[in-house]
Design a protein around this ligand. Structure first.
Ligand code: PMP
Length: 401
């Protein structure tokens, strides 16, 4: 399948009037291919039943489909299925680790290393853990061009550091972390590693075993799947060492009022009726991406990103942030124009960008701006989207004189 033909797979890429919509906000959430829409409609309709409980055939079939979805998604990131916990998204996955692992394994005075470019989802759960158990948080600075500075990380890390938690790909700058290097530095002081793979899983080929981290989190909706579901991968022995964080149905072994024993992972961390439809849709999205080839998608997005950076810079009045080598995401500023105004004018032109702090306010402080404009690409993006973006910026410049 050529990447050029995929636009037709995505009904969301048309405006209400049926015109092409230049969707440059895939880093916020990706449009869905028809295959994912069809899979979720089937799961919600003809195939629908609960999982793990029913004695009737439809429920048994749905249970098989739900667990097959787990196998598909785990396999996609190089993990065995029993190491993949379904969550509501990357945010919930990090909160799960901060609670179930952090409450148990960290104590007052232990340190966690984050970086300046983290999404709030990888900052606030650790601040809440700090409030609960008294850990300390350190922040790894960035290099001048916006990469997590691993030379600085090496200097900061001490045996008091029990966790290093970093984004694989920045949702603002597209900066890519050398995960194996970060893992080696963490290992040298005995720290565990969590990688926020929200922006990496849709854009890079991921093998958690090769990366060597302990936790890896991601969301379905960024990889062309439904909202409301994501995943936590963690090594089996680490999951085993974690108590549950939510209680309810499906996560138990035996319940009495005196004492309850819990199911083994991953069920231990999936209390309640799960997001069945979403899991099926998540697996359909992974199958869609696999059929196209993650490497092909990565090369396609990298090429578009490089082209966008070049062409934006050629406009002179634009500042482009972040490293030259970036994955699918470009943040920029237009001189004298607030990103929100630019976003509003671009919307009139059928171009959707994101304008704001992108849930990364410490990074905005580091860049010295309250907000940036961000264009982000997906498998369906092409040169026409960049051309429309540039036309819209030129028009904005004329309007602002
Ligand atoms: N981390 C990063 C790098 C992200 O881009 C996002 C989503 N913007 C998140 C975490 C949180 O993901 P979600 O909102 O799907 O839980």
């Amino acid at each position: 399948m050529s990447l050029r033909s995929v636009r037709d797979d995505f009904p969301g890429l048309l405006t209400a009037e049926g015109k092409p919509w230049h969707y440059l906000d895939t880093a916020a959430t990706a449009q869905k291919p028809q295959a994912v829409i069809d899979a979720t409609v089937r799961a919600m309709g003809a195939d629908y039943a609960t999982v793990h409980r029913g004695v009737y055939a439809r429920s048994a079939d749905m249970t098989l489909a739900y667990e097959a979805a787990r196998r598909t998604i785990a396999g996609f990131v190089g993990a065995p299925e029993h190491e993949l916990v379904f969550t509501r998204g990357a945010t919930e996955a990090i909160n799960l680790v901060a609670h179930a692992w952090g409450n148990t394994h960290l104590k007052a005075g232990d340190r966690v290393l984050l970086s300046t470019l983290e999404h709030h989802a990888n900052i606030i759960p650790w601040q809440l853990l700090r409030d609960r158990v008294g850990i300390e948080i350190d922040v790894c600075p960035l290099t001048r061009d916006g990469l997590i500075d691993l030379v600085a990380a090496e200097q900061i890390l001490t045996p008091a550091h029990k966790l290093v938690s970093l984004a694989h790909v920045s949702n603002v700058l597209g900066s890519m972390l050398h995960v194996e290097h970060a893992v080696a530095l963490a290992r040298a002081v005995g720290a565990k590693v969590l990688i926020d793979g929200c922006q990496a899983v849709p854009r890079l080929s991921i093998d958690v075993a090769a990366l060597g981290a302990d936790f890896y989190v991601f969301s379905a909706h960024k990889i062309y799947g439904p909202t409301g579901i994501g995943a936590l991968w963690a090594r089996a022995e680490i999951l085993e060492s974690m108590p549950p964080w939510h209680g309810g149905g499906a996560m138990i072994d035996r319940v009495t009022f005196e004492k309850t024993t819990y199911a083994p992972p991953p069920a231990r961390f999936e209390a309640g009726t799960p997001a069945i439809i979403e899991a099926i849709g998540f697996a359909a999205a992974v199958d869609y991406v696999k059929a196209l080839g993650v490497e092909k998608i990565a090369a396609h997005e990298m090429a578009l990103t490089a082209q966008a950076r070049d062409e934006l810079r050629r406009l002179n009045s634009v500042t482009v942030f972040g490293p030259e080598e970036s994955a699918g995401i470009v943040s920029f500023a237009l001189d004298g124009v607030h990103p929100h105004d630019l976003g509003t004018i671009l919307d009139e032109e059928g171009v959707a960008i994101r304008a704001g702090h992108h849930c990364a306010q410490p990074l905005m402080d580091w860049l010295g701006v309250p907000a940036t404009a961000r264009a982000s690409f997906g498998v369906y993006s092409d040169e026409s989207d960049i051309a429309a973006l540039l036309r819209g910026i030129e028009r904005t410049k004329r309007i602002f004189g």
